[in-house]
Design a protein around this ligand. Structure first.
Ligand SMILES: Nc1nc2c(c(=O)[nH]1)N[C@H]1C(S)=C(S)[C@@H](COP(=O)(O)OP(=O)(O)OC[C@H]3O[C@@H](n4cnc5c(=O)[nH]c(N)nc54)[C@H](O)[C@@H]3O)O[C@H]1N2
Ligand SMILES: Nc1nc2c(c(=O)[nH]1)N[C@H]1C(S)=C(S)[C@@H](COP(=O)(O)OP(=O)(O)OC[C@H]3O[C@@H](n4cnc5c(=O)[nH]c(N)nc54)[C@H](O)[C@@H]3O)O[C@H]1N2
Ligand SMILES: [Mo]
Length: 773
């Protein structure tokens, strides 16, 4: 493997482990979770040398304020204090952080950055935990040890010397705790910029904007209790068995209760059939599986809005003869623009709905019937809905449908987005927002005595473009792996390399340390599982889950190295160096995080009295005005939208390609080359295709293919040598894995509604490799 093969020159990046065996594909017919998951976990504990600490830590995970919050997904903790509220992927995630392996100064002395650039991403992370601050030395092309003081001074000086604070950009990956988050945005705003891009810009930005426009709140309103009492669950574009495995428990319980569960996804994922409830040992022992679905519909990629519109149209048509089809009283009292919405539904013909959704009228009517017959419905969604050109319109259509039957502000009902990173929702609540509202800035100014900038800052895509142009010169990555997670890999690499300074605050070595600016720092920090000792004693941090519950997380493990600092301490160190005259008591805050929380309580809506409330057994729930039928919208009501249906049909000869995760990865972290529930072994460089689309192109199983994308501006990008896998996916659709496929996503191809890169809808042609030559 040499550097040029690894995406350095825009060639195919090698992300997964080196192939350990022949690629295999055997369609999966077993329930999700169960012993396959248990086996996979034990293999992983052995590999990470965490056999003793791993299981002990796992028993402390997601416990009422006495343990740490799983650093994995944002699914809420069990409200009944379930003793083993954990999942296969959560365990892998925790073990990944607790690995016994270390990357010390000897490692960096032995390997130059050019050499490391040729390694796979799997191998980089597999080296273990970072142990001390390192700075890039251009003379030797090695990272060399520096003291924390020197590191802060370099970062501080470079920030101080910028012509304009807008030349710096501060990225967050969604697992940063609330206290660090608050300090981080304070640092950026005290410096004078709102350049606060985050992973949300690639994830649920569309959901936040849509819910704000419709309901005046950027979050879902349903919580776990609602999931426990609902009559019908609609799950759109979520691969729950891999990405939110604890949702399997909720689905299985709902099925047992007799609730209807409708999955809407071009792929029938493992969670859309059966599961063995992960923590239920009797189920595990007798291999008793529970169904997790009563209906599966497979729309084309991007077809959800048409499908939802069809359901709404069916309900409206039925209301002519069935007075209970609509909740007219709710519509009259709590909503605005219903007539406009009714008109647009009436004006959208059924054949357009069938064509654009890729689902027959009959299938849509089945879903509509489930919806009509349920007193209480929840609609849940994830990236299959949000990462599209029309993501905002589609989420607003979800709300439209809910409003028709008054599925809001009462038990068992409401919108329920599944968030990604464990604290991505908390990041936004605590001020990571490149478009902050005036009210928040006023409070921040008043309480913190700073003069925050009022003009909007840059998000992820805008930051990349500005780095490319040379307008952003300092990039700070607070966690995450920006180089790989962002779209248009070669373009993003060039952008990062064009910076004067890149600073990565990380736990493990990753690509973003090797694709760096002229000067670069790696600042290693404590993970969530580790004890955070400060002058005021052991500190805890708070996090917010997908359902707005805020609770404490307390690390319990000895830190991976004695040189690690906590994330709040790293931020305070940079802040003091960059703002030597700052009146903010950075050092005082770090002594005791209760002090940070006291300030947050005064600035953030919903955080009043948070030091006390966060210590309650399950923490506290941030009040959702929409849940109480209070709508902070211009009309003061829940607003129907009436967007026209988008045209999502691929042009002749082209396919719509969605990029997604395998079972054995966490975003850019790859655990193995397997994707168990999709029947894949030893292979990541693949593309799932419909068999008829394959036949038409002379492609059979495992045929190497070239995938060429065409951007909105007409430019092309390609990946070659990917193996085709025949899969149950609608015609005209294809799918493969992120982050490799970011090579195909053009930097200019983002939604005009959400500014999100179009990661679930890339226009491609697929031909056998060598076809064109
Ligand atoms: N183990 C593990 N857990 C994770 C993550 C991880 O990488 N690994 N990542 C975390 C993060 S940050 C996030 S945001 C979430 C992501 O969780 P998901 O949203 O489940 O992530 P993806 O793998 O991108 O899968 C998207 C799903 O959408 C479907 N899909 C694609 N296009 C469409 C479409 O047009 N319509 C519909 N209805 N469905 C479509 C795909 O078939 C797939 O099932 O998971 C979080 N949890
Ligand atoms: N094509 C395509 N691209 C996508 C997506 C897609 O569906 N398709 N999904 C997008 C989505 S939803 C997201 S959220 C982004 C994810 O983007 P990111 O959040 O930027 O990426 P991750 O892979 O989650 O980051 C992993 C790194 O985080 C660091 N890390 C782990 N734990 C900690 C910690 O406790 N503290 C600190 N400081 N660092 C830590 C480690 O060094 C690790 O290498 O990717 C996006 N990119
Ligand atoms: Mo995400």
């Amino acid at each position: 493997m040499n550097a040029s093969q690894n995406g350095q020159d825009g060639r195919v990046p090698h992300v997964g482990p080196d192939p350990r065996g022949e690629p295999e594909f055997h369609p999966y017919h077993h329930p999700a979770a169960g012993w396959g998951a248990a086996k996979s976990v034990s293999r992983f504990l052995v590999r990470e040398r965490a056999l003793v600490d791993g299981p002990r830590a796992i028993m402390r995970m997601n416990h009422e304020n006495t343990g740490f919050d799983c650093p994995g997904c944002a699914w809420p903790d069990d409200t009944k204090g379930l003793h083993l509220d954990i999942c296969e992927n959560g365990i892998k995630h925790v073990t990944w952080e607790m690995t016994g392996k270390r990357v010390g100064r000897e490692f960096f002395a032995a390997h130059s950055v050019t050499e490391l650039s040729g390694w796979s991403d799997y191998d980089l992370e597999d080296q273990g935990r970072l142990t001390e601050p390192m700075a890039y030395d251009p003379e030797s092309d090695h990272y060399v040890p520096v003291s924390w003081r020197e590191a802060f001074e370099l970062a501080g000086r470079t920030l101080r010397e910028l012509d304009d604070p807008g030349q710096a950009s501060f990225y967050t990956s969604g697992r940063l705790g609330n206290e660090a988050t608050f300090l981080y945005q304070l640092l950026a705003r005290e410096l004078g910029t709102n350049n606060l891009p985050d992973c949300s810009n690639m994830c649920h930005e569309a959901s936040g904007r849509a819910l704000t426009a419709s309901l005046g709140t950027g979050k879902g309103t349903a919580d776990l209790k609602d999931w426990e009492t609902t009559d019908a669950l609609f799950v759109l574009g979520v691969n729950a068995a891999s990405n939110a495995p604890r949702m399997l428990t909720a689905l299985a319980e709902a099925y047992h209760r007799g609730a209807q569960i409708v999955h809407i996804n071009p792929l029938v994922e493992a969670a859309a059939t059966r599961t063995i409830v992960p923590h239920d040992f009797t189920d595990m022992a007798v291999l008793k599986s529970t169904r997790t679905s009563t209906l599966n519909l497979q729309p084309r990629i991007g077809g959800d809005m048409a499908l939802l519109r069809g359901m709404a149209k069916a309900i409206l048509e039925q209301s002519g003869t069935d007075p209970k089809a609509l909740d007219q009283e709710f519509i009259d009292r709590h909503t605005a623009y219903f007539d406009k919405y009714r008109a647009v539904c009436e004006a959208t013909p059924w054949d357009a709905i069938e064509l654009q959704s890729g689902v027959s009228r009959d299938g849509i009517l089945k879903a509509a019937r489930v919806y009509r017959d349920a007193d209480r419905s929840i609609i849940s969604w994830c990236l299959g809905v949000s990462q599209h050109e029309h993501g905002v319109d589609t989420v607003r259509e979800i709300v439209n449908l809910l409003l028709l039957r008054g599925n809001l502000g009462r038990e068992g009902a409401g919108p329920s987005p599944v968030r990604g990173h464990s604290n991505v929702q908390g990041n936004r609540t605590c001020g990571i927002d490149h478009r902050p509202d005036e009210k928040f800035l006023d409070r921040l100014a008043e309480v913190c005595g700073i003069d925050p900038p009022r003009e909007h800052g840059m998000d992820t895509v805008a930051t990349i473009r500005a780095m490319h142009r040379g307008d952003v010169k300092v990039f700070v990555g607070m966690g995450g792996n920006f180089a790989l997670a962002a779209p248009d890999t070669p373009y993003t690499y060039a952008a990062l390399r064009n910076c004067d300074l890149t600073v990565q605050v990380s736990t493990k070595l990753n690509r973003s340390h090797l694709v760096h600016g002229r000067r670069a720092l790696i600042l290693p920090c404590l993970g969530r599982t580790e004890k955070d000792h400060q002058r005021g004693g052991v500190q805890s941090t708070s996090v917010e889950d997908s359902m707005s519950m805020v609770h404490l997380s307390v690390g319990m493990k000895r830190p991976a190295s004695k040189h690690l600092l906590s994330e709040p301490a790293v931020i305070a160190g940079i802040a003091r160096a960059a703002l030597p005259d700052s009146a903010t008591p950075w050092e005082w805050y770090i002594e005791d995080y209760d002090r940070i929380r006291d300030t947050m309580a005064r600035v953030l809506d919903g955080f009043e009295d948070c030091n006390r409330r966060v210590r309650l057994p399950l923490g506290f729930r941030i009040k959702q005005p929409a849940r109480e039928l209070v709508f902070l919208t211009p009309s003061g009501l829940a607003e129907f939208s009436a967007a026209p249906l988008p045209d999502v049909i691929p042009e002749p000869g082209t396919l719509a390609l969605g990029t997604m995760r395998s079972h054995d990865q966490w975003n850019t972290t790859i655990y193995s080359d397997n994707d168990r529930y999709r029947g894949i072994k030893n292979l990541r460089t693949l593309v799932f295709m419909n068999e008829d689309d394959m036949r038409e192109r002379g492609i059979s199983e495992f045929t190497p293919v070239e995938i060429v994308s065409t951007a909105k501006d007409g430019s092309h990008r390609s990946l070659d040598g990917y193996l085709a896998i025949p899969y149950d996916i609608p015609r005209g659709c294809a799918a493969g894995y992120m982050p490799e496929m970011n090579v195909l996503c053009a930097i200019g191809d983002y939604s005009v509604q959400s500014d999100q890169p179009l990661m679930k809808h890339v226009k491609v042609t697929i031909e056998p490799s060598g076809h064109g030559t």
